[in-house]
Design a protein around this ligand. Structure first.
Ligand SMILES: Cc1ncc(COP(=O)(O)O)c(C=O)c1O
Length: 388
């Protein structure tokens, strides 16, 4: 009776329906499943952040509508973080905008810059919101492959071809450290991105949601560190994974003032900003990211070093991720991602995510997360290696 829009019908089918069904069947049989599918930190938000929220929540001034752009003090804290962590200078008033989680900004930005029929380059495999956000703006998502032989970085020859042969490309989404592959990028790579974007007048939207989850002491860069990056793009940041705050919905975008302004214009007409008390807590977090993040990284690194050898012993091909809490594994030739995931649930009670959940380029891969305690991962290792 109530027909849904073409916009919604264009979204890829919900891939997890079959997996959810098999999970339910197993649970009904009394099986306890181990969830290594979802990228949601199991650890709590740090106490110092919660304390600040408690205080801020009691201030009646914080109970009113927040400002659309976000509290200036929060945006200043974001600018301080960008400077201290990356040496990137941004103007808190014109080049930073608070976001209700980085997903919100990613989902809205095509509405500001993509006209119906214009195109957006989206990584494949990639975070699915780049694709759906483009479709919601009546834009055309053009996937580009991230291949293992290219360290899961885009091939610029591919990008050039896509720009030359398709509809006018307005935006390019990139994400390093990368979900789902765990790949990282260098400043040299970002320099090429800036040159490419300048040449074709494309806005770069770099998603740096995993900036602090790097391993082996190798801090990963910001796209904005490259000279000229601010002329062509913005970078999305999130407190979700950095401070175990996925439920709080706090993030920000920084970079090109015109792009930030366009996104702010969309937001002003759609939402009313982040609860001020959460922004105050966000200031506390951003101003004290160390030593907290160092401790957090040590926890994930320990987990990574338990899970990877077990996955390899179980016959999966995976590299040590240099960042993120994801482990991206290549399946034996001919094996389908979804079949593998369903089989692993049925035979071992372990839930992972099929690579196809991130686009066609994810076929033949599976993603595991490190969002479970080391003791659970040890149990997973025993199950996978057949020692229990
Ligand atoms: C690559 C990437 N970007 C952005 C997000 C959104 O994060 P949030 O909206 O919590 O800031 C996620 C969440 O999983 C993600 O994986």
């Amino acid at each position: 009776m109530f027909e849904m829009t073409q916009r919604l019908k264009q979204l890829p089918p919900y891939l997890f329906a079959r997996i959810d069904q098999i999970k339910q069947e197993e649970v009904k049989k009394g099986r306890k499943l181990i969830a290594l599918g979802i990228g949601d930190p199991d650890l709590p938000t740090p106490e110092f952040v919660i304390k600040r929220l408690e205080q801020a929540a009691r201030n009646p001034e914080n109970h009113q509508y927040p400002s659309y752009w976000g509290m200036l003090e929060f945006r200043r804290a974001a600018a301080r973080f960008m400077d201290k962590r990356f040496g990137v200078k941004v103007n808190a008033e014109t080049e930073v905008l608070s976001l209700i989680g980085s997903k919100e900004g990613i989902a809205h930005i095509p509405l500001a810059f993509v006209n119906p029929g214009e195109a957006v380059l989206v990584p494949d495999p990639g975070y699915p919101v780049y694709n759906s956000a483009t479709l919601f703006a009546d834009g055309i998502p053009i996937p580009f492959r991230l291949k293992p032989e290219n360290s899961f970085l885009p091939d610029f020859a591919d990008l050039e071809r896509l720009v030359r042969t398709g509809p006018r490309v307005k935006l390019l989404f990139l994400n390093y450290p990368n979900n789902p592959t765990g790949a990282v990028a260098t400043l040299d790579f970002f320099k090429e991105v800036v040159a490419f974007a300048k040449k074709h007048k494309i806005i770069v939207c770099h998603d740096n949601a995993y900036s602090e989850l790097y391993f082996d002491g190798k801090a990963q860069p910001s796209f904005l560190e490259v000279p000229g990056a601010k002329d062509v793009g913005v970078e999305f940041h999130s407190l979700s994974k950095t401070f175990n705050m996925t439920g709080w919905r706090v993030g920000f975008v920084a970079g090109n003032s015109r792009v930030v302004e366009g996104l702010a214009k969309v937001k002003t007409n759609i939402d009313s900003g982040i609860f001020n008390a959460c922004q105050e807590a966000g200031i506390e977090a951003l101003d004290h990211y160390e030593p907290f993040c160092t401790e957090l990284r040590a926890i994930y690194q320990k987990r990574r070093d338990i899970l990877i050898p077990a996955l390899r012993k179980a016959g999966l091909q995976c590299q040590n991720p240099e960042a993120t809490f994801y482990v991206w594994c290549k399946l034996a030739a001919g094996l389908k991602s979804e079949d593998f995931v369903l089989d692993l649930i049925r035979t071992k009670g372990i839930v992972s995510t099929p690579g196809t959940g991130f686009g066609l380029g994810g076929e033949g891969f599976v993603r595991f997360t490190l969002c479970s305690d080391a003791s659970v991962l040890k149990q997973v290792a025993q199950i996978l290696t057949g020692s229990i």
